[in-house]
Design a protein around this ligand. Sequence first.
Ligand SMILES: [Zn+2]
Length: 204
Amino acid sequence: MSDYPEALQRLIEELGRLPGIGQRGAERLATYLLKVEREEALGLADAIRTVKDSLQPCRACFNFSEAALCPVCSDEERDRTRIMVVESPKDLVAFERTGRYGGLYHVLMGHVSPHEGSALRHLTAERLIERVRAGGVVEVILATNPDAEGDGTALALARRLEGLGASVTRLARGLPSGFSIEFAGTEVLADALEGRRSAPQEES
Ligand SMILES: [Zn+2]
């Protein structure tokens, strides 16, 4: 495995750390980058540097943002009485693509996972509680993934949001098990949003 020149070996290792790449994929990408024009390869390096230097979490909802507030939060036309809670910025983008949601978001940046020892306190949940406590929020829509972690996260959040004055809803059921919001079609998401109902607050 150390037959490559050191610089190439380093690139393979870095690429191999990316999700879904693996050793073989990293080798293929690295040799590809060696073959292409310098401009093209450095364009990739530059794009990575630019997103890391220019994007920050939105001060209000934790969506990726180039300014202190993301475009959703700074849009005066959005319905400020509704907050949809999603696990990642990718899920926010998926719901925005439906064109059927006009409220605000809150990005958790993860989910509760007992196996990985991650709890609500590791997420941005406290900031969500503060937003709801601040008042003016009529509905919190729990749009975490309908899998074990997403359901567990929704349940934990529903408990924390109890008694804060906002109604708490969950996306409609009937989505395939293990279904992931980021890969769902816009119609499926629009239907799930449309059919939302009160979030359960007890294990059933
Ligand atoms: Zn925002």
